[in-house]
Design a protein around this ligand. Sequence first.
Ligand code: HEM
Length: 403
Amino acid sequence: MISAAAARDFQLVRAPPDFLDDPYPWYAALREHDPVHALEGGGVFLSRYDDAIAVYRNPHASSDKKEEFRPKLGASPLYEHHTTSLVFNDPPLHTRVRRIIMGALNQRAIARMEAAVVTLVDALLAAMAEKRELDFIDDFAARIPVEVIGNLLDIPQAERGPLRGWSVAILTGLEPALTPAMFENGNRAVTEFIAMLKELIARRRKRPGDYESDVLTRLIQGEQDGGRLTETELYHQCIFLLNAGHETTTNLIGNGLWQLLRNPGEMARLRADPALVPSAIEEMLRYDGPIQLNNRRLVEPATLSGKSLPASTLLTIGIGAANHDPAQFPEPERFDVARKPNRHVAFGQGDHACAGMNVARLEGRIAFTRLLARFPHIEAAGPPERDRRIRFRGFRKLPIRIA
Ligand code: HEM
């Protein structure tokens, strides 16, 4: 049990080691004792579900985080990338770019992905069957999203190798405590990624793909009513799409399997009734979601959990904390593959709600349905290795044995 005093001392930039293993007891203490918790360097950490929803719905809670990141990232490629992306912008840029991206990620485009994902997942499972003991992240979870986004942008197979490393390096640039090595790797990744995209986009301009199904062609050509991305926006939105969809979905699948291994009763329930896979995916997202933090800045004063906050306060929304709030989720520490209702905020909410949530759900559904059908026995083959970051939550290694 974490004391009220310890909760009040809590700081994200020097999170205690046990927080990285299991942040949920800390979130519970913060929710109870200090739900609008002051962070060093200004700003507050929000841990209650109702406060998270209020912020996501507040039109005066801005996503423009340039002020916060300029001192951290300077005039660097990382800064240009992150501040151009959708999640750092408000209308009108946000509205215009989001329309183009949502147009490319429509239900028809997503339905068309299904067959390719099934083929890919089955090929990965066949390779896993040869090994018996393997790393679930490297051999399965991380292999799916990179191919899905690669297909979405129609990046040639031979050019997909570096995508995963670039994506991790660029997102790591958003960690609350950034080391010089993280900063340098992130900048190098943005520069190399742009060089690759320049060539890819030049080729696609010469030979456009199908506007309906090729997301890159759609991003190049913009909306048919005239909305277009600038060249810089185009590069950064492509990078953003890969980043947004890659590590997050890898971690949905990795974190999800880990919960099934820790809860054999729930694994058995899911095997007995595969129709529960979609609700199990929602519970995986709620219980230990891939993104733990979102940020906003107030442009008008607001009151949260009874505390008045002035304009310009930086808000850190604790997604994982909100998703374990007993005021919204009965028995929040119970992993229940049939939980209903399950109005989690793993994909955020409101104007910036995840544009790729149905892509992620499709990948998760196919991955778990085929995995459980293929292997009647899956067990841990040693301790997993956590990726020790705060904003993004997942495993570097998850050794398993299958039969
Ligand atoms: C389980 C996997 C995923 C999780 C947990 C996740 C989570 C999130 C969250 C929390 C946001 C909101 C950010 C904010 O409000 O500041 C977001 C935004 C976004 N996500 Fe995802 N995401 C996932 C997968 C994907 C995939 C597969 C794609 C693309 C194919 C994608 C594309 C986007 C885009 C474009 C946005 C920006 C939306 C906007 O600002 O308007 N995401 N995601």
